[in-house]
Design a protein around this ligand. Structure first.
Ligand SMILES: CC(C)(COP(=O)(O)OP(=O)(O)OC[C@H]1O[C@@H](n2cnc3c(N)ncnc32)[C@H](O)[C@@H]1OP(=O)(O)O)[C@@H](O)C(=O)NCCC(=O)NCCS
Length: 335
C-alpha cells in the first residue's frame, strides 16, 4: 500500500475528462503533448484514445490534492516480427501548479524504473520532505521492457534535466528537427536500457549541468553573450526580465543573470573561477568569431600568440568583455 501523501501516481479514469480539459486550457505548452482539446468531449476522446489503461501503453496520472496535475506516458513498441512489446517511448508533462517542485522528475523516474522491471517502493521521497505515493504503481505487474527512449528539444532544458534524473543517456542529436515559429530547433534523443545502472552512462552525459554567470548590468552584457554563445552553437533557452539561458546540444546550459543579490564587481584574478573555456567546432568558425568579436563587445587577449597562446598543441581564441569576463574558445583538434 502507498502512504497518506497528497501526491500520488494513479491510472487515468473516465471521470478525469473535465480536469483534463481544465489543465489543457490553463497550460499553454501542452499542445505538443496532447491532441487539440477544445471541449470536455475532446478531453473524453483524448482520454479514451491515449490515456485510459489499454494494451500497448502505460499511462500514469500525477495527482496532487485529489486533482490531476501531470502525466507520465510510456507507449510500447515492438519489432514487426515480434509478438512481445520490448521497447517504450516515454513522455511527460505537468500543470503549471506542479512545476519546479521535483515531483514530475520523481514520477518519471519511478515509472521508468517500474516499466523496466526494477522494483519500486510504495512511496518515494520528494524534495522538501514530502512523499510521492507510488503504491498503485508498485502493485502492478511490470511490463518488463528492455529499452526506453525519449526525445526533447534543446530549448527545453527542464525536460532534459528530467531525462537525466530518470537515468537516460544522450544517444544523439537530431539537428534542426523542428521548425517552430521560423526557428530551427535541435532535438536530443536519449535511451535507457533495463541493464543500465540507472545513472546516465559515463561518456554520454554532459560533465556540466549548467553554469550561472552573474553580471552587474544585464542589458549591457546580454548582446555580446547572446552573439558569442549562439555563434558557437548554443541555442536560446529561457528568458526572463533580467536573465537568459543558452542550451548546448548535450543539454548543459549557461545562464546570464543580473541578480538583486550581486555584491561588488567582477575581478577574474580573485580566487574563484578565472575564465570560461568553451568548445568551438572548427578553426574557420574560430576565425569568423575572431573577426567579428570586436563589433560585439569582445576584446581579444594574447592576440600576438594567436592561435596557440595556450600552448603549441592547443588552438584557442581568448576574449574578454567590458565587464571583465574572459572566455577561451577551444578548437579541440590540432591545426
Ligand atoms: C518539462 C516539464 C515536464 C517539467 O516539469 P516540472 O514539473 O517543472 O519538473 P520537475 O520540477 O520535476 O523537474 C524539473 C527539472 O528541470 C530543471 N529546470 C526547470 N526549469 C529549468 C530551466 N528553465 N532551465 C533549466 N533547467 C530547468 C529543474 O531544475 C529540475 O531539474 P533538476 O532535477 O536537475 O533540478 C514541464 O515544464 C512541462 O510539462 N512542459 C511542457 C511539456 C514538455 O515539454 N514535456 C517534455 C517533453 S516529453
Amino acid at each position: 500500500m502507498g502512504t497518506s501523501s497528497n501526491i500520488r501516481l494513479r491510472p487515468w479514469a473516465v471521470t478525469d475528462s473535465a480536469r483534463l480539459f481544465e489543465i489543457y486550457r490553463a497550460t499553454p505548452d501542452l499542445d505538443r503533448q496532447l491532441p487539440p482539446i477544445a471541449t470536455v468531449e475532446d478531453a473524453s476522446d483524448c482520454l479514451e484514445r491515449h490515456l485510459l489503461p489499454a494494451t500497448g501503453r502505460s499511462e500514469w496520472a500525477i495527482e496532487l490534492d485529489g486533482a490531476i496535475a501531470g502525466c507520465v506516458s510510456v507507449a510500447f513498441m515492438r519489432d514487426m516480427d515480434s509478438v512481445h512489446y520490448d521497447r517504450g517511448w516515454v513522455s511527460y508533462w505537468s500543470s503549471l501548479t506542479l512545476r519546479g517542485q521535483g515531483v514530475t522528475r520523481t514520477a518519471v523516474r519511478a515509472v521508468c524504473d517500474w516499466v523496466l522491471g526494477h522494483g519500486v517502493p510504495a512511496s518515494v521521497s520528494l524534495p522538501g520532505g514530502r512523499e510521492l505515493d507510488t503504491g498503485l504503481l508498485a502493485a502492478e505487474a511490470s511490463p518488463g521492457l528492455r529499452r526506453l527512449e525519449l526525445g526533447y528539444r534543446t530549448n527545453n532544458p527542464a525536460s532534459g534535466a528530467i531525462a537525466r534524473y530518470a537515468g537516460f543517456s544522450v544517444e544523439g542529436v537530431e539537428r534542426e528537427k523542428f521548425l517552430i515559429r521560423g526557428e530551427a530547433i535541435d532535438a536530443v534523443v536519449a535511451g535507457r536500457l533495463a541493464t543500465d545502472s540507472g545513472l546516465a552512462q559515463a561518456g554520454t552525459q554532459a560533465a556540466v549541468h549548467h553554469l550561472e554567470l552573474w553580471t552587474a548590468d544585464y542589458s549591457a552584457a546580454y548582446p555580446g553573450w547572446d552573439w558569442l554563445l549562439q555563434e558557437i552553437g548554443l541555442r536560446a533557452g529561457n528568458r526572463w526580465e533580467q536573465g537568459m539561458s543558452w542550451v548546448a546540444q548535450d543539454g548543459s546550459y549557461i545562464v546570464l543573470e543580473e541578480s538583486p543579490d550581486t555584491v561588488g564587481g567582477l575581478n577574474r584574478c580573485n580566487p574563484g573561477m578565472n575564465h570560461l573555456a568553451l568548445n568551438c567546432s572548427s578553426f574557420p568558425a574560430l576565425e569568423k568569431i575572431r573577426s567579428l568579436a570586436g563589433a560585439h563587445g569582445w576584446q581579444e587577449l594574447y592576440a600576438e600568440k594567436y592561435p596557440h597562446a595556450g600552448g603549441e598543441g592547443h588552438t584557442a581564441l581568448y576574449l574578454v568583455n567590458q565587464e571583465g569576463f574572459e572566455v577561451e574558445l577551444v578548437v579541440a583538434k590540432k591545426l
